[in-house]
Design a protein around this ligand. Structure first.
Ligand code: PEP
Ligand code: MN
Length: 337
């Protein structure tokens, strides 16, 4: 059950109500959102207590939910959540949002030229990792702070928004200054300390599905961010580990249909990591939009074979142009733009 307190309820009355709940042994977790506090009930309660809660003067309404991810569940918000970035860009609305760029920011010139190409292809958001979560410690780890600076400058020049990955909770304040969306990678999906800290922010978070995670685990991870009061959570399907050796991961497009059905949060698909093969990215992008995704996150490089990271899955700018045209056709066919 979720208890919605009356908007702008004086703190004294809120405290009185909290004491009333404590006396009844009802355990709650508070969520402060805009001008309203919600209390997520975590324990058991009797029918008579439920009735008393519903009739209490501090309470605006209650919502009964049988899901363990209460704030991420569709019942919490029957309309799809639309996540607004500064300006008029909206994720989860009618428009398909295209995020593209190199896996890593490699140099000032590389990201500047990439931004130009990404914009002219028709994408709205520039991606590029400055802090890279690499499998091996000797692999290129990203340019760090200077990379963030190059990324933001490049995006600004071409009126693009920025998405970049956060791998360490200690970098939140730094990255916040440079990005419009925090990206939480597959390896950090269950980094609960990081998720809780991002929940305290109001900047959007794109949460990638753990490569091992069930849908429930994925949504419970999203719940950690929502519980902090950050409503701006975007889910991203990026492929899971299966027995198939021919692709790097198996892109699970059932997840898109399932998540759209089960939650109100926008869903983005990353066909680059999802396949690990450049020659499959365009087809899977079309499929993702047909399945109901709200947008795509794509790795595109000026010279794919020379990518510092993830070279096998990077598509060329020429291929990106082709992809965008095809995806827009599919979007129209499924009543999107
Ligand atoms: C990335 O987007 O470059 C990345 C590291 O993604 P993932 O976390 O899905 O592997
Ligand atoms: Mn990558």
């Amino acid at each position: 059950m979720i208890i919605f307190l009356k908007p702008n309820l004086p703190i004294k009355q809120e405290n009185e109500f909290r004491r009333f709940l404590a006396d009844k042994k009802v355990d709650v977790v508070p969520v402060v959102r805009r001008n309203q506090t919600l209390l997520v009930v975590t324990g058991r309660f009797s029918e008579s207590t439920k009735l008393e809660v519903k009739q209490h003067p501090a309470v605006a309404s209650v919502l009964e939910t049988d899901r363990s991810y209460k704030l991420a569940a569709k019942s919490f918000n029957k309309e799809s959540s639309k996540i607004k970035l500064n300006g008029h860009l909206e994720i989860g609305g009618k428009e398909i949002i295209l995020m593209a760029g190199p896996c890593s920011v490699e140099s000032k010139a590389q990201i500047a030229e990439s931004a130009k190409e990404i914009k002219s292809a028709g994408c709205q958001i520039l991606r590029g990792g400055a802090f890279k979560p690499r499998t091996g410690p000797y692999d290129f780890q990203g340019l760090g702070k200077i990379g963030l600076h190059f990324l933001k400058e490049a995006a600004k020049t071409h009126s693009l928004k920025v998405i970049t990955e956060i791998v360490d909770v200690r970098d939140i304040e730094l990255i916040e200054k440079y990005t419009d969306i925090f990206q939480v990678g597959t390896r950090n999906m269950q980094n609960y300390a990081l998720l809780r800290e991002l929940g305290k922010k109001r900047k959007p978070v794109l949460l990638k599905r753990g490569m091992w995670a069930t849908y429930k685990e994925f949504l419970l991870a999203a719940e950690y961010i929502l519980l902090g009061g950050n409503e701006n959570v975007i889910l991203c399907e990026r492929g899971i580990r299966t027995f198939v050796p021919e692709t790097r991961f198996t892109l699970d497009l059932s997840a898109v249909a399932y998540l759209k059905h089960e939650t109100h949060l926008p869903v983005i698909v990353d066909p680059s990591h999802g396949t690990g093969r450049a020659n499959l990215v365009r087809a899977m992008s079309r499929e993702a939009i047909a399945a109901g995704a709200d947008g795509l996150l794509i790795e595109a490089h000026l010279d794919p074979r020379k990518s510092f990271s993830d070279a096998d899955q990077a598509i060329s700018m020429q291929e990106l142009n082709k992809l965008v045209k095809e995806v827009k056709k599919v979007a129209r066919a499924v009543d999107r733009i």
